[in-house]
Design a protein around this ligand. Structure first.
Ligand code: ZN
Length: 497
């Protein structure tokens, strides 16, 4: 190993340690931390974030990167790490340290105020902090933006490299044209689907048993991961030997079942990253969209397919013998795929889900590009739900206040959810040419599918962008048609249209 790279590695070792600490604090905050710890943890987060900033922005890091760029004999992995270090530094160094630290604290404050506003169903008290969050993110984007780049484009690029409003407008337009009429057709002409048995007295310990069984079956390795409980399920990735997922339990059994499969999809991605990338800058998933691609692929395309439940349904019935008594596997599979417009994104079915995302995308564009008066948000939100989904939230808690993202200063993140689904459909049609997906699932051989994804996606970590991954596997750039086709085929068949 070259001297230059050794120096850089030493510096990155420190930044990695700080990021690990920050990720663990976040995990703790969402799962176990006592309520009053909040403001005190904020101070710790602020101090650690500042330390991280100082190292990345420092001269030592700058010089090491420059030295590495002069090196001739770096390995491919080393080159990828140097490139990532350079980009990480460029994104950060353009932001003044005081603003960087203030923002880190603002985000924790944002989450606290949002939680309270949501509980009290009072959007008004969230507006001032939301305005500050928007202002900060706009300022940061203006520091980052390259020649004339629009602010929202710069935010989108941060989560999904090489995606901008032009591409996303076209993507959502295509979706809207097919899904909005399809939802109406299902409402007017679709056969009725009974799903009442999914809700009821589902004891938490049984749900936990089902969750652990399914996570293990799909490929979660409990020696390298743990499963906790939080209000909203999420995954914390420390590295490929420590991945943590959470779930939640309610009286809807499928809610936990599919959130566990979803988070397991995220976890499998991280666990599948090659060991030579562990605890390096490229030892994580390619992007938020590619991450959602993996989680949604397992949750929806695989997990809600009839074939997936062939080897599993009996086991599920044995865990819930009274609740699923007399419910056939076919009835169960229809029920878990029922499509019905609802108000809450995280509870949305596979068909309507992307419209929830589209609404947020359209509103974010207005917030960032058009200086929207934020007090109008609840009405704009409700109008859009009425237009696309035919339903209207009665209050802010089930409307504009439902998601945590804006309180964290995440603007430009939402589209990743819809993109992930679309990436997944594109992969699915390609994989079907290479393997008998249904046959494998029916035989309980999900490992073959997981291994394919590990070989073609997971092991590379962040060494490729999502668009490169799609091109390398399918021979084609991102193409939203597959997703539209997938939804149309699946739901026309399910509802006998
Ligand atoms: Zn996810």
């Amino acid at each position: 190993m070259s001297k230059g790279f050794k120096d850089l590695e030493k510096i990155l070792e420190k930044t990695m340690a700080l990021q690990t600490a920050l990720a663990l604090l976040e995990w703790d905050d969402e799962t176990l931390a006592p309520e009053e710890a909040g403001p005190y943890t904020e101070r710790v987060i602020g101090a650690l974030s500042e330390e991280y900033y100082q190292i990345i922005a420092g001269e030592e890091m700058k010089n090491s990167i420059a030295a590495c760029e002069d090196e001739k004999d770096l390995t491919e992995v080393e080159k990828a790490i140097v490139k990532e270090a350079k980009e990480t530094r460029a994104q950060l160094v353009c932001i003044p340290v005081k603003e960087y630290r203030d923002n880190a604290q603002l985000v924790t404050e944002g989450i606290r105020v949002w939680t309270k506003s949501k509980a009290e169903n009072d959007f008004g008290q969230f507006v001032p902090v939301l305005q500050r969050l928007v202002d900060y993110q706009k300022r940061f984007a203006s520091y980052r933006a390259k020649n004339g780049e629009k602010l929202y484009d710069s935010m989108l690029d941060l989560y999904e490299k090489d995606f901008n409003m032009e591409l996303l407008d076209a993507f959502f337009e295509e979706l809207k044209e097919v899904i909005v009429p399809l939802i109406r057709e299902i409402r007017d002409h679709g056969k009725p689907i009974e799903d009442g048995f999914l809700t009821g007295d589902y004891p938490e310990d049984r749900q936990r048993e089902a969750a652990e069984y399914l996570a293990n079956y799909v490929g979660f390795d409990f020696k390298k991961g743990v499963m906790g409980i939080s209000a909203h399920p999420f995954t914390t990735n420390l590295h490929n030997h420590d991945v943590r997922i959470t779930t939640h339990y309610s009286n809807r059994m499928d809610s936990s079942v599919f959130s566990v499969i979803h988070e397991t999809g995220h976890a499998i991605y991280e666990l599948g990253i090659s060991d030579e990338l562990t605890q390096t800058l490229v030892g994580q998933g390619a992007s938020t969209g590619m991450h959602e691609c993996q989680s949604r692929f397992f949750e929806n395309i695989i997990g809600r397919s009839a074939a997936f439940w062939v080897p599993l349904y009996e086991k599920l019935q044995s865990i819930f013998p009274e609740q699923l008594k007399g419910v056939s596997r076919e009835q169960f599979v229809e029920a878990i795929n029922k499509a019905e417009p609802g108000l809450i994104r995280t509870e949305a079915d596979e068909l309507t889900y992307s419209l929830h995302v589209m609404i947020r995308y359209e509103i974010e564009k207005m917030m960032i590009e058009e200086n929207l008066d934020l007090t109008k948000l609840p009405d704009i939100w409700a109008d859009k739900y009425e237009e696309y989904l035919g339903i209207r939230p009665a209050n802010a808690a089930e409307g504009v206040l439902q998601d945590i993202h804006w309180s964290e200063g995440c603007f430009g993140y939402f589209p990743s959810y819809a993109l992930g689904s679309a990436f997944g459909a594109q992969l699915y049609y390609h994989m079907k040419k290479e393997m008998d997906i249904n046959g494998l699932l029916e035989n309980g051989e999900i490992g073959v599918i997981r291994e394919y994804l590990r070989e073609h996606i997971h092991r590379f970590g962040k060494r490729k962008t999502s668009r490169d991954i799609l091109k390398d596997i399918t021979g084609e750039d991102f193409n939203p048609r597959y997703y539209v086709r997938y939804l149309k085929e699946k739901y026309s068949q399910l509802y006998d249209l």
